[in-house]
Structures are given as C-alpha cells and as structure tokens.
Design a protein around this ligand. Structure first.
Ligand SMILES: Cc1cc2nc3c(=O)[nH]c(=O)nc-3n(C[C@H](O)[C@H](O)[C@H](O)COP(=O)(O)OP(=O)(O)OC[C@H]3O[C@@H](n4cnc5c(N)ncnc54)[C@H](O)[C@@H]3O)c2cc1C
Length: 234
C-alpha cells in the first residue's frame, strides 16, 4: 500500500511547478499480479488515511467503491453495548473496503499516470555500489537507482533494515537494524464477505452502516460495511 501511494506522491512532486529535478521511480513487487490482486482481507480506512488519499485526488474513488461507517460499535457477546464511537468530526468518516479494492484504486491511478508496477520482482539483496543502490531480485535480474525506499511491509528485507539507502540520501541507511522482529503470538483471524442482497431482512438496523466489534470469551467477531468490488480467487 505505502509503496504505491508513495510513488503517486513522488509523481505529484515531479509535476509540481517548483520541481527543478527530473527523476523517475520504479515500483518492484514480489508477487505476480495474478496473485497480488487477491491478497488480504478487509480493511478499515480511517479518516487520516482517507485524507492522505484525498490529497492524491482519490477520495471520490474511495467513497464510490467502499462502504461508509459512521460509527464503531462495541458489544459483549450477549449483545450489550459497551460503547459507540462516532466517526463524525474528523473531516472524513471511516470506510470499509477489501484490501484488494484499495490496491486497485492505487494501481489504476499509477497506470493513469503512466507508471508501471514491476511484478514478480522479489528483492533478495540490497547494497550500495559506488554512488548508487543496487537491488538484486529472486529471478536473477537487478536494478540500480540513486535511492531505495523500502515499503516492503512488516516482515521483510528492506524496511526492517533500512528506510532509504543511497549515497546521496539525507536519511542514511541502517536506521533500525535492531528493531524487534514480528512474532506469532497465537492469534488467528478469518474473514468473509456477504453480498448486500444476501443480508437477512432481520439484520439489526443498529449494525448497519457501522463497524461492529463483538467481544466473546475466546474470540472476537467484527462486522463492517465493505466494497462493491468483492473478488474471489479463481
Ligand atoms: C489482519 C490485518 C488487519 C488489518 N486491518 C487494518 C485496518 O483495518 N486498517 C488499517 O489502517 N490497517 C490495518 N492493518 C494494517 C495494514 O495492513 C498495514 O499497516 C499496511 O498494510 C502497511 O502497509 P505497507 O505498505 O507498509 O505494507 P504492505 O501493505 O504489507 O505492503 C508490502 C508490500 O511489499 C511486498 N514485498 C514484501 N517483501 C518484498 C520483497 N522482498 N521484494 C519486493 N516486494 C516485497 C509485499 O508483497 C507487499 O505488496 C491490518 C493488518 C492486518 C495483518
């Protein structure tokens, strides 16, 4: 997510009238496109995330292709309401979506701006060579650039070791080499999607148009509005 959004911001900076430097950027993604578009479950986009996307001109897309949540409700397993959090007053509401819909919105915008995501390019090695950063991919190919910005998520190679690497970089490499690694703590999650037409008529009104969090003894259950672009893996 961050990589695609950042590339759009870099593109925006480049086309700014005060921009004096011409530069290009490339996006490398580990997964093939055929897999990447199905990855992930649901995602609640909070007002600050929507504001960031609005500054890329993508708020209309978000509002059109996701489900709005004006409240978050918290319940006990017996149905007793523990709390109600209004998403009013933050400039934007909360929007529920499939992660893949958000990915689509960002990657379609990249395409509209003439930028391409290079799929099946898993970075396996990064090193500084002379004045450049050299990146090696799993398929044996490599790429060079002045800067490397790691947007490879929580578990992997670049972000954990460096944020920006490059001889001319103001923020030098090796920022958090000792940062704690993620570890599995025994929590599992599963998600599913129900089409609006399949929602039973007795579905309680108080759960509609809201994020709902129901706390049980051994598990937690959530129901949220989602996107219209539900995609299932073939
Ligand atoms: C179950 C779950 C639910 C969540 N729910 C929410 C929510 O409701 N709202 C919210 O705001 N956040 C939520 N989050 C958190 C959110 O998903 C992350 O904060 C966000 O995805 C981080 O974005 P990112 O771009 O840093 O990393 P990612 O979205 O993980 O993107 C990293 C990308 O890098 C690619 N990559 C990884 N390694 C390499 C490599 N070596 N070479 C090339 N490419 C590589 C990956 O394939 C991926 O495309 C949730 C997370 C989880 C796990």
């Amino acid at each position: 997510m961050a990589g695609n959004a950042l590339a759009l911001f870099l593109h925006k900076a480049l086309s700014h009238p005060l921009s004096t430097r011409a530069f290009t950027c490339s996006i490398y993604e580990a997964y093939p496109r055929s897999e990447k578009v199905y990855l992930g479950g649901g995602l609640g986009l909070a007002s600050n995330g929507v504001a960031v996307l609005a500054s890329l001109g993508l708020d209309d897309q978000i509002k059109k292709r996701t489900g709005v949540a004006k409240f978050s409700n918290f319940f006990t397993e017996g149905g007793q309401q523990l709390g109600r959090w209004s998403h009013e007053g933050f400039g934007e509401y909360m929007y529920g979506t499939m992660r893949s819909t958000l990915y689509d919105i960002l990657s379609e915008e990249l395409e509209r701006n003439g930028m391409k995501i290079e799929y099946k390019k898993r970075v396996v090695k990064v090193e500084e060579k002379n004045d450049m950063v050299n990146v090696e991919f799993e398929d044996g190919t490599s790429a060079q650039g002045d800067y490397l910005i790691g947007c490879d998520g929580i578990t992997t190679l670049i972000s954990r070791r460096m944020l920006i690497l490059g001889a001319r970089s103001a923020v030098r490499a090796h920022i958090f080499p000792e940062a704690p690694k993620p570890e599995f703590i025994g929590l599992n999650g599963a998600g599913g999607f129900v089409f609006e037409k399949d929602i039973p008529p007795n579905f309680p009104d108080r759960l509609k148009g809201s994020m709902n969090f129901i706390f049980g003894k051994n598990a937690f259950f959530g129901i949220a509005p989602g996107s219209d672009g539900v995609r299932t893996h073939p």
